[in-house]
Every structure is written in C-alpha cells, then in structure tokens.
Design a protein around this ligand. Structure first.
Ligand SMILES: C[S@@+](CC[C@H](N)C(=O)[O-])C[C@H]1O[C@@H](n2cnc3c(N)ncnc32)[C@H](O)[C@@H]1O
Length: 312
C-alpha cells in the first residue's frame, strides 16, 4: 500500500463538478467555499465511519456535506444567517442521501463554540476541518456586461455582509487573535489525540505577501495544539503528468497586472493544509492492548482514545 502523501490530489475534477446536485440553489454565491475534495480527503484520512467531524466556520456546509456522504456525523457553526440556513439545508439533504449519520448546524459566533455546540459533542469530536475567512482578492465570480448592463466584466459574490463580527472584516492581527480563540475552543471539543485540519493560503494586501499559513501555524500552537503535518492540497487537476490549472478570472487578472509591473506572481493552485492534534495531556485512557484489531475495536468503542496505527 502506498503511504499517504503530503500533496493531496484533491481536484481531479473542478469544484462545481464535485458539488453538482449536492447543494441548494444560492450556495454557489458564497465567496470562499472550500473545495469539496479537500474536505473529503481530510475526512477519509483522519476519521472512520461513525466519527464526528466539526467545522466551526462552516459557510454553506462543505465539510458537513462531505462528512455525511462518507458516513460520518457532522456539526457546524456559521455566523452569517444566510450561509447558516444554506448549510442546514445542504446538511439535511446530505444526511437523507447518505442514510447514515446526523448533521447539526448552529448559527453563532465561533468564539463561543463550546456554548453553541450540543453538550454531547464536548470531548467527542474526532476531526475539525475548517478555513478562516481571508482576503477578497481571489474570491468571487464574474458577471458579464450583458448580464449586468455595465461595461466590461464585473466581480460579484466576493464579499461577506458588513457585519463586523464576521472575521472577514477584521485586520489580519485581529483575525489571528480570534482564530486562536476558536482553535482553543476546538481543542476542548476534541477527543484526546483528535485532529484539526486548517486550510488556508497566502494572499496579498496592497501588493505585500501575507503569510497566513505560517500565522495559522502559530495560532494553532498558541491554542495548545501540536502541529503534526503541513501539506499542499491541489486545486489543479493532473492529466498525463501535467497540471490542469483552474484559475478564476480575477486570479488571472491579478497575476497579469502584477507581472506587467515587474512582480513575478504565480497563479496559486493549491491550499496550504496545516494539521494539528490535540495532545493527550494525561486525559486519554491507556491503550489496553498491543494487538492491532483489538486496539481498533477499543478505539471505536472509545475505551481507548489512541487512534490505532499500523505499527501499533
Ligand atoms: C472561508 S469561509 C468557510 C467556507 C466553508 N468551508 C464552505 O465551504 O462553505 C469562512 C466562514 O466563516 C464565517 N465566519 C466569519 N466570522 C465568523 C465567526 N465569528 N463565527 C462563525 N463563523 C464566522 C464566514 O461567514 C464564512 O462563511
């Protein structure tokens, strides 16, 4: 068996193709949806059927929908009522389609995650998959002049509402402070040795590179999580050993404009994936066996908190 690879082949097909038929009308308008293949890869890699997956900033519910289709349970928090309503709808549809698992969406500020989440989920989350909101420069869709009645192409769906509690509106420093708080609360929601996967990417503010992935790494450490992996999830497909890029119109425009000014920008075709685990910190029960299948059974029944390993 090939061991897991740090480059995730998550976009053999485009995000709209992967979403096809699974999302309620209006979902496409979210300005920063996660690529479904990234959520699915993380869920397959770090959980087993029946596990509980949490996204504290769930947008239209991509993490939850993928978790349910893979036979996991799902819990999501979203601040904006419009996206929370769509996440509920998408989650319900996925739960019905998969026939297994339950999905719950709560509307609220993820900085109050532990108060918002059902008590039964506390300490029982196996995996957190999330991404913080970041810069509008790569978000959004194009509306043609024919649609809009305006000259040229117009950008649409690239901003959130103007509510200041939406962390998309705050400075990078404030976002990181709030995200550290959210990760701290995620840590208390996780079972010992549970996993946190954060996807993010560098972006530019007034031409300057903001290294958000490194800042998120620091936020995870400050939240008491242990960094375990840093991976790249492809947004490009692979055909005959070549990358098939799928940049948005405005990504291409930004890169061309920068190159015209002599700045050698590249089209970003991956997400940085940061993986953390919750330390056992003495709360996990000791593993009762050295036998692998008995260990897996103990893990499933939660008499042991340590995830079974092939070398266990
Ligand atoms: C990068 S998007 C996540 C998209 C999501 N993964 C999906 O595929 O739809 C970040 C989300 O965080 C939400 N958000 C911003 N501030 C928040 C807060 N304080 N509490 C909860 N959600 C928040 C935004 O409204 C946005 O939907």
């Amino acid at each position: 068996m090939t061991p897991p690879c740090s480059v995730w082949n998550t976009a053999p097909t485009s995000a709209p193709a992967q979403r096809n038929g699974r999302y309620a009308p209006g979902s496409a308008a979210h300005p920063a949806k996660m690529h479904p293949g990234i959520a699915a890869h993380a869920i397959r890699t770090y959980t087993q059927p029946g596990d509980l997956v949490l996204d504290p900033m769930c947008g239209i519910g991509t993490t939850l929908v993928e978790a349910l289709h893979l036979g996991r349970n799902a819990l999501g928090i979203e601040y904006e009522p419009k996206w929370a309503t769509l996440a509920s709808l998408n989650t319900r549809t996925a739960a019905q389609a998969s026939g297994t698992g339950t999905g719950v969406v709560r509307r609220g500020d993820a900085r109050h995650l532990t108060a918002l989440a059902p008590a039964v989920a506390h300490g029982n989350v196996d995996l957190v998959v999330t991404s913080p909101p970041y810069g509008p420069s790569v978000h959004g869709q194009v509306r043609s002049s024919r649609e809009s009645g305006e000259r040229g192409v117009v950008k649409k769906d690239f901003r959130y509402s103007h509510d200041r509690a939406n962390l998309a509106h705050v400075s990078t420093a404030h976002l990181l402070e709030a995200f550290t708080e959210i990760l701290t609360q995620c840590r208390t929601m996780l079972r010992p040795s549970g996993t946190v996967v954060v996807t993010t990417r560098p972006w530019r503010e007034h031409g300057e590179l903001i290294d958000l992935p490194s800042a998120v790494l620091a936020a995870g450490k400050a939240a008491g999580l242990t960094p375990t992996e840093r991976c790249a999830a492809l947004l490009a497909g692979i055909r005959n050993s070549h990358l098939i890029t799928r940049p948005s119109f405005f990504q291409m425009k930004n890169v061309r404009d920068a190159r015209r000014q002599g700045i050698p920008l590249s089209v970003v075709q991956h997400e940085d994936v940061l993986v953390f685990t919750r330390p056992e910190s003495g709360t996990g029960k000791p593993c009762p066996t050295s036998d692998n299948s008995a260990c897996a059974a103990a893990f499933r029944s939660r008499t042991c908190s340590r995830r079974p390993r092939r070398d266990h």
